[in-house]
Ligand binder design. Structure first.
Ligand code: EPZ
Length: 422
């Protein structure tokens, strides 16, 4: 699939943000802990979510869309313990069923996800956590096999505030008798959303959003009933919102981003103000306005509430267009500068050295044939294509569909000229 973009149009108007991909993916897995029927609202209809719903069905559950953004999940009393490799290999977030199944049935068999385009992405911290709680964890034939043995609450220190490890440990701990404490936990809003959901179905979790989370678990069957929390609405997607904010800075006049939690976007707001954009923050929307020439800034990606690594590539595209020298340091993943090679095909002046990229601007970006190496690199190439002169063709554009619902329609509604072609 390709995206064809004609550059040079100014973006203006309103765009509505959907539910957070990285919250929806973990909530779909966590629904297995509640069991019974769970309705999730504000779920983005994107390919990663579709795959996660296929895994629900493969495990014996039911998953069906019920109109705009609403998914009905229902789980039988008996469910399968193994996530199929054929589905897991398409989606790293399939690994989130590890904690959910461990909590629900005391056993989980989840394919070890391979590395991907942005880094090795091991699961050592996930496994360290489950072992500490008394799960017997074995790696066999490409699967992680976790079985409940002597389960007990544990104190787990995460060497890195891993989002996925925090989520898997939280979910598993819900099914472990006693108190589990996670230190140096991830603080992303998606972690808080998961804790809210689990609290809604009867779990006791304190401290989500801080670096110390306490979970009171139990092995009592049926302790968590979806009867008490069968409906839950996913938070807005801060990364989708940030992508449109950055696009507005690149080619906007004035764009209003609707359905956001502006608190989740503080690092992006701060950085766009650094480069010279005006950002007016409303109740559940914000308006990004360009009032003059933009200037360089430095970006350091960090775990939340630092600048999000998922917006590093779109920011790189923007920084090609501004006056001055910008330095980006990527501190979360090992290999997340691959989009620089594609931007250089459009004329960008970027020097990558280890964890740093130095961007000289402003550069006249020229439309070219480029490829999306990962979801967020694809988003960066859309920003570059909208700003570039002439036509840009992004191949492997199906990667963008993984995380951005109706991306061509949304940019067209803002005045961009962009369309998918098979
Ligand atoms: C989540 O991935 C997100 N995905 C990613 O978004 C996001 O980039 C990332 O968090 C960081 O914010 C989902 O939530 C589905 P991590 P996750 O574990 O959980 C290392 C997107 O584009 N690490 O916080 O896999 C790891 O190698 C995606 O929407 C270990 O060393 O990220 C990485 O360098 C991309 N050992 C760092 O931690 C472990 O056991 C951060 O990874 C686990 C992680």
């Amino acid at each position: 699939m390709k995206l064809i973009i004609q550059g040079g149009n100014t973006l203006r108007g309103n765009v509505r943000i959907g539910g957070a991909k990285n919250a929806a993916l973990v909530l779909i897995a966590a629904s297995a802990i509640a069991g019974g029927e769970v309705i999730l609202d504000n779920v983005p209809r994107i390919s990663d979510v579709e795959i996660q719903l296929e895994i629900v069905q493969a495990l014996g559950g039911r998953a069906e869309w019920q109109g705009q953004g609403r998914v009905l999940l229902s789980w039988p009393d008996k469910l399968d313990v193994a996530v199929p490799y054929q589905l897991a290999k398409k989606l790293r977030a399939s690994n989130l069923f590890l904690g959910a199944l461990a909590a629900r049935i005391g056993h989980a068999r989840v394919p070890l996800p391979g590395g991907c385009d942005i880094g090795f992405r091991p699961m050592d911290l996930h496994l360290k956590g489950l072992s500490a709680m008394g799960f017997e964890v074995e790696l066999e034939h490409g699967f992680i096999n976790a079985k409940a043995r002597e389960l007990r609450g544990a104190r787990i220190y995460l060497d890195f505030p891993s989002v996925g490890a925090t989520e898997n440990i939280m979910m598993a701990a819900v099914g472990v008798p006693g108190t589990t404490i996670v230190e140096n936990a991830a603080k992303e809003p998606e972690i808080v959303d998961l804790a809210s959901f689990l609290g809604g179905v009867g779990a006791t979790i304190r401290g989500a959003g801080t670096d110390l989370i306490k979970i009171e678990g139990t092995r009592t069957a049926g302790a968590f009933g979806s009867g008490r929390g069968s409906r839950f609405s996913v938070i807005p997607d801060r990364i989708e919102a940030g992508t449109y904010m950055i696009a507005a800075a690149a080619v906007g006049a004035e764009v209003t981003i609707e359905n956001v939690i502006s608190q989740h976007l503080q690092p992006v707001i701060a950085k766009l103000q650094d480069v010279g954009m005006e950002v007016a923050v409303g109740e559940d929307s914000l308006t990004v306005r360009r009032s003059g020439p933009l200037r360089a800034t430095d970006i350091k990606t960090l775990p939340y509430p630092g600048f999000p690594t998922d917006l590093q590539s779109p920011m790189m595209a923007l920084l090609c267009l501004v006056q001055g020298t910008s330095v980006i340091s990527e501190n979360v993943f090992e290999n997340r500068f691959r989009v620089a090679e594609e931007l250089k095909r459009m004329g960008a002046q970027i020097r990558v050295k280890g964890h740093s990229a130095v961007i000289e601007g402003p550069t006249r970006l020229l439309g070219a044939q480029v490829k999306a190496t990962d979801l967020r690199a694809g988003a960066a190439l859309i920003v570059a294509g909208l700003a570039g002169e002439g036509e840009t063709e992004i191949c492997h554009a199906e990667l963008i569909e993984r995380g951005y619902e109706k991306v061509a329609e949304k940019f067209c509604a803002l005045g961009g000229r962009i369309k998918y072609v098979d």
